[in-house]
Design a protein around this ligand. Structure first.
Ligand SMILES: Cc1cc2nc3c(=O)[nH]c(=O)nc-3n(C[C@H](O)[C@H](O)[C@H](O)COP(=O)(O)OP(=O)(O)OC[C@H]3O[C@@H](n4cnc5c(N)ncnc54)[C@H](O)[C@@H]3O)c2cc1C
Length: 473
């Protein structure tokens, strides 16, 4: 048995939802597009699983966070897919693929063929077993990648109210889950091997702020060590975690967030793989012309980083790479290479941060760390390449994004550090982008020399350009 479609999206996560919306906007005909997903529900905004979904009161539940509500777009409910003639093949795992024959075979043996395939298989949570530790199958050990995991986490949390939890891992899943557990009145101990939380992104000073904040909410940190084993009761439930440094932490539940691995396995011997993902060009096209890859599974050239191939694990990248792939498929002559500004964010308790670009080179930190209004710029080869901001307004986040996008030149780092956020805000108002980097540099330093010079003309040009950018964001 088998079915045939013009377009098939393999995977039903964030990228699939945004790709479907773009296909619909571009007038895909009824019956041409199919989404195959192992999950039993249509695409949803995955970040909600560690945020609104875990709230003790009035938690987010589907259908409220189906894609594409996260980008203030239409909510794609099952009815939406029906109305647009898009076939959803849910609860179905694809177990093999043949890119030469253009076929996928599902776990129940159905062959689904395509003319164009978009791989949107995302990533899976790394298991402790991959690091030689056993015990993931205990009923009070949780991971968090999909809706089934989130439902399980909620039920374990509910049975643990007023008790203790250990969170293994200090990345964003660990940090967001720890915050959710605290909000659910569970006392949390976080364990991770690094010297501070969010080690891949935060500087020690930024991490100190969040760790102090978490400690003020009762979270205990055990750093510089790893989980080696569990102690279990007679029913197999974990009762304590044992750490490499010999510490024993009694607990009623465990949440593990130790990273992810892209779901590339179906294609590893058929397509070029790089940086742990399926390599694509600037149009999200793989080494096979009929196959595209988007979202967490794709490794794509980031223009801003000189075309360096990167695999990003963030929702904004999933949304934008998905749309770009559909543009490249449906309007090839009008679609160039993706020009993407890497962006990610997190929200915990009442805190909220955004980061743009990359954290490379010298770091300049500014603001008031005691009041939670602070940020950082990363300067590489004399230009801003990354920016972080906690507690910003929309306008402020847009300003730091622009400073990175335009790779603003920095001659006097002490002055930029002193100005802090003001620097980005001023740059965002004075830049005329058509001139590229060199003009940017001049404009910034013209401003230093004589504040207000040419401001009116620049602001008008900026407003025009910015209006165009906003519509694209
Ligand atoms: C809990 C959580 C919170 C997050 N919070 C943030 C955040 O605050 N900010 C941020 O920037 N990013 C966040 N992210 C990351 C963001 O959600 C991902 O970058 C994004 O979901 C990637 O989208 P994707 O479509 O590539 O993959 P996914 O959304 O993971 O979708 C992949 C889909 O493919 C399906 N699939 C895989 N293999 C097969 C197969 N063989 N057959 C059939 N189906 C298959 C999966 O079941 C899944 O439905 C978070 C992620 C998680 C898990």
């Amino acid at each position: 048995m088998g079915r045939a479609f013009v377009y098939v999206i393999l995977g039903g996560g964030v990228a699939a939802g945004y790709a479907a919306l773009e296909f619909a906007r571009r007038g895909v005909a009824h019956g041409e597009l199919c989404i195959i997903s192992e999950e039993s529900v249509p695409p949803y905004e995955r970040p909600a699983l560690s945020k609104g979904f875990l709230l003790p009161e009035d938690p987010a539940r589907l259908p409220s966070f189906h894609t594409c509500v996260g980008a203030n777009e239409e909510k794609l409910t099952p009815k939406w897919y029906r109305d647009h003639g898009i076939e959803l093949v849910l609860g179905t795992r694809v177990k093999s693929a043949d890119v030469n024959r253009k076929t996928l075979i599902t776990a129940v043996g159905e062959t689904i063929s395509y003319k164009i395939l978009i791989i949107a298989t995302g990533a899976r949570a790394l298991k402790i077993e991959e690091f030689g530790v056993r015990g993931s199958d205990a009923e009070n050990v949780c991971y968090l990648r999909n809706l089934a995991d989130a439902n399980r986490l909620v039920s374990v949390m509910q049975s643990c109210n007023g008790g203790n939890a250990v969170v293994i891992g200090g990345g964003y899943i660990g940090m967001e889950c720890a915050a959710a557990l605290v909000t659910n009145r569970i006392k949390v101990t976080m364990v991770f091997p690094e010297a501070h939380c969010m080690a891949r992104l935060f500087t020690p000073k930024i991490a100190d702020f969040y760790e102090d904040y978490y400690e003020s909410k009762g979270v205990n940190f055990i750093k510089g060590t790893v989980l080696t084993s569990f102690e279990n009761d007679s029913e197999g439930k974990v009762t304590a975690v044992i750490l490499k440094d010999g510490t024993r932490v009694p607990t009623q539940m465990v949440v593990i967030g130790i990273g992810i691995r892209a779901n590339t396995s179906l294609f590893e011997d058929q397509l070029t793989v790089e940086k742990g993902g399926i390599k694509v060009n600037g149009r999200m096209q793989t080494s096979n012309n009929s196959v595209y890859a988007v979202g967490d599974v794709a490794a794509f050239p980031v223009k801003l980083f000189g075309g360096d191939i990167r695999r990003l694990e963030h929702v904004d990248s999933a949304r934008k790479t998905a749309r770009h792939a559909v543009d490249a498929i449906m309007a090839p002559e009008k679609t160039g290479d993706l020009d993407y500004l890497p962006f990610f964010y997190s929200r915990v308790f009442t805190l909220s941060w955004q980061f743009y670009g990359e954290n490379k080179g010298e770091v300049l930190q500014y603001g008031d760390f005691s009041s939670g209004r602070f940020g950082a710029y990363w300067i590489d080869k004399g230009r801003i390449v990354g920016a972080f901001l906690e507690g910003g307004s929309r306008e402020e986040y847009e300003a730091i994004a622009k400073a990175v996008k335009l790779k603003v030149a920095v001659k006097d780092t002490a002055e930029v550090e002193r100005q802090g956020l003001e620097f980005a805000l001023k740059v965002s108002q004075l830049v005329i982008p058509e001139g590229g980097g060199v003009v940017v540099e001049k404009q910034v330093y013209n401003w230093h020399a004589a504040a207000g010079v040419a401001a009116a003309a620049s602001i008008a040009a900026f407003a025009y350009w910015y209006g165009r950018r906003r519509r694209r964001w």
